[in-house]
Design a protein around this ligand. Structure first.
Ligand code: AMP
Ligand code: ZN
Length: 432
């Protein structure tokens, strides 16, 4: 019935017992790292400080800046010879977020992924096409290991090249595909251009979509277009990547694998836990990771925890679909972007003022990003050719930093709205 019958249907008391046991082990391993050793000793904390799940609140939060400041090895709880893989985010400004794994971690992640896929009704009889970048990004290898663990025939297709994706689907009778939701509308267009209808001309029955926010309407549209069921998959590099929370076939929230992750929802301003069922920021603790345990990591993802039992019988709680973050990061075409990265790119080019605005739209299913930049009065009065050169330089600089092509529009001095308080850099028109 389940991938791991016992773990997925534990009663709350037994689950919490297991969580506390694993939390103690996690603290012990974490204290082998320079970062947690120094911090916990200074605060007089140790594995003995926690004897219940509630005791977690005695421990300090960990955030992205801590990871960056201790890059690359400050959080390592094991000697380097025990490590077998690293994954990292794509940050080209500042230190990337990097997570290390030993053999146990990779094995346990593969199991979580297999469990996730099983939970969405995928079986070893499926042909699974992973339309996702392989490499440092976690979606490629993370899924690959899970697909193999489950026993599907895997097609490690990688991202892009839609005609080839379609050919693979038709040649091998793909039944399941994993991709970011914004890509699937593009893929559908290519089906149409080729005079094909995915509902009739493929064997697709299931999609796994995730890695970026999307609405229920978008999901339903994807399901309609392809004639499939699409399941929401949530994860983040800091917690391995995919396989953190996944929808079951009832599609009513994402089960969190609570035997491997402790979850809390906090108010991002007061940092206090919110009342049961209230909206807040997701905070996570790894419970089954040896090389690089993270304790009370602030994900910045905003959601609600659902405690009611799910109709599938799993006792593990669910989170609601994630629609926004408590920081200013946004995701475009699967790439995480902080406005500060755009700013860094703009500042590398002379002739602009530090006033800019990012506008996100969705045109025929594909996300577009426009950066409007104010130029200095001197530049603004220059001839058109010089302005065009500047525009190109800015575009190239942004592409260099983010790895994606965006539209740059130059605007006159003082033409962008000024805000009284914190500058509002991003206007997201994708879901209006
Ligand atoms: P990365 O570490 O590059 O995989 O990015 C992780 C971030 O992507 C998360 O913290 C979320 O903000 C976002 N994300 C991942 N999966 C989903 C999802 N299913 N729905 C909404 N946002 C997601
Ligand atoms: Zn369920």
């Amino acid at each position: 019935m389940y991938w791991e019958n016992e773990l997925e249907t534990l009663n709350r008391i037994d689950l919490e017992k297991l969580q506390v046991k694993r939390l103690k082990q996690t603290i012990q391993s974490a204290m082998n790292s320079q970062y947690y050793k120094d911090l916990y000793r200074q605060l007089g904390l140790s594995a003995d400080s926690v004897n219940s799940v509630g005791d977690l609140q005695k421990l300090p939060f960990t955030n992205k800046q801590n990871l960056r400041d201790n890059f690359p090895y400050g959080f390592l709880g094991l000697p380097q010879r025990d490590l077998i893989r690293l994954h990292s985010t794509s940050g080209t400004t500042g230190n990337p977020t990097v997570i290390f794994h030993n053999r146990h971690d990779i094995d346990s992640w593969a199991n979580l992924m297999a469990r996730s896929l099983y939970c969405a009704g995928i079986r070893d009889t499926d042909v699974f096409q992973n339309i996702c970048g392989y490499g440092l990004f976690t979606g490629g290898l993370g899924f690959q290991y899970g697909i193999e663990r489950l026993g599907c025939l895997s097609i490690p297709a990688g991202a892009g090249n839609s005609p080839r994706q379609i050919k693979l689907m038709r040649d091998y009778g793909t039944t399941v595909a994993h991709a970011i939701p914004s890509y699937l509308s593009r893929l559908y267009e290519v089906f149409q251009e080729e005079g094909l209808d995915p509902r009739k001309d493929t064997k697709l029955r299931t999609f796994v979509i995730g890695a970026e926010p999307h609405t229920e309407e978008q999901r339903r549209r994807i399901e309609e277009m392809f004639g499939v069921k699409a399941y929401n998959s949530f994860g983040l590099t800091e917690m391995n990547g995919p396989g953190v929370a996944f929808e079951c076939t009832f599609q009513n929230g994402l089960h969190i694998w609570e035997d491997s992750y402790l979850v809390e929802i906090i108010n991002p301003d007061t940092l206090e836990p919110v009342a049961d069922g209230e909206i807040g920021e997701l905070v996570m603790t790894t419970l089954d990771r040896q090389a690089m345990p993270l304790i009370r990591y602030r994900t910045r993802d905003v959601t609600t925890l659902v405690s009611e039992q799910c109709a599938c019988g799993r006792t593990l709680r669910r989170i609601r679909r994630i629609g926004r973050r408590s920081d200013d990061m946004f995701i475009i075409r699967g790439v995480n972007v902080f406005p500060s990265q755009v700013e860094t790119a703009l500042l590398r080019v002379e002739g602009t003022l530090p006033h800019y605005q990012i506008i996100l739209t969705r045109e025929v299913g594909l996300d577009q990003m426009e950066v409007q930049v104010e130029v200095t009065p001197e530049v603004f009065s220059d001839e058109i050719r010089k302005l065009e050169t500047l525009q190109q330089q800015l575009g190239a600089s942004i592409e260099n930093v983010l790895g994606i092509r965006v539209k740059v529009t130059l605007v006159g001095p003082r033409s962008l709205a000024r805000s009284e308080g914190k500058a509002k850099r991003v206007t997201d028109l994708r879901n209006v």
